[in-house]
Ligand binder design. Structure first.
Ligand code: FES
Length: 66
């Protein structure tokens, strides 16, 4: 499934970027170009980071990021 239609970036590619250390939308864009154009995918990318990034999960749960 495409997360970012503008740049033809799939959810698998965004997940790879997050797994590779991207912790913000800007870092995801730098890693795989998703979100680098119209911006309509930004909310989806933010959601994927929140769900997948371990540091973000800890922050949401009130823990401390390493
Ligand atoms: S859909 Fe991702 S920047 Fe346009």
């Amino acid at each position: 499934m495409y997360v970012c239609v503008c740049n033809a970036v799939t959810s698998a590619e965004v997940e790879q970027a997050i797994d590779g250390g991207a912790e913000s939308r800007e870092q995801v864009t730098a890693a795989c170009r998703a979100g680098g154009d119209c911006g309509s995918c930004h909310a989806m990318i933010e959601e994927m980071i929140a769900e997948r990034c371990p540091k973000r999960r800890l922050a949401v749960l009130g823990g401390h990021a390493a």
